[in-house]
Design a protein around this ligand. Structure first.
Ligand code: HEC
Length: 109
């Protein structure tokens, strides 16, 4: 009989523990948002000076990122290696950030 009670409280404890898990999952979801905010911030000081805060270029030679026809992989390549006046980022930003920036450009379109 007491064994049943023990099992019952164990189950209750496990259920409680799994409920307590859910805020953690939300924090993980939140950290994705934090990553996006971080990318937006990096874009702001690394790219916006030429390409504009919303992808509308400020300098003549830089194309509007709003109108880019490049795929994500092509964007990653130009961000990594640079081109003409665009500075390469491969030694400055990590691969995840570079991919994040390439995808961030989609938000302008
Ligand atoms: C000093 C100015 C400058 C900065 C800073 C700069 N770019 Fe550029 N970017 C350019 C120029 C100029 C080109 C055109 C290069 C060419 O085709 O000759 C370009 C091209 C691009 C292209 C290709 C667009 C297309 O469709 O041809 C992408 C994507 C891009 N930049 C993203 C970025 C990102 C992301 C950053 C920040 C990490 C950045 N750029 C920072 C000047 C800049």
């Amino acid at each position: 009989m007491s064994r049943t009670v023990q099992l019952f409280s164990l189950t209750a404890l496990l259920m409680l523990a799994s409920c307590m898990d859910s805020p953690e999952t939300q924090v993980e979801g939140g950290s994705d948002d934090m990553f996006k905010a971080e990318i937006s911030r990096i874009y702001g000081f690394k790219c916006a000076l030429c390409h504009g805060r919303n992808g509308t270029s400020i300098i003549k030679t830089a194309p509007n990122l709003k109108d880019t026809k490049m795929t994500i992989e092509e964007r990653i390549a130009i961000i990594k290696y640079g081109k003409t006046t665009m500075p390469p980022q491969k030694d400055v930003l990590d691969a995840k950030t570079i991919r994040g920036l390439a995808e961030y450009i989609d938000t302008f379109q």
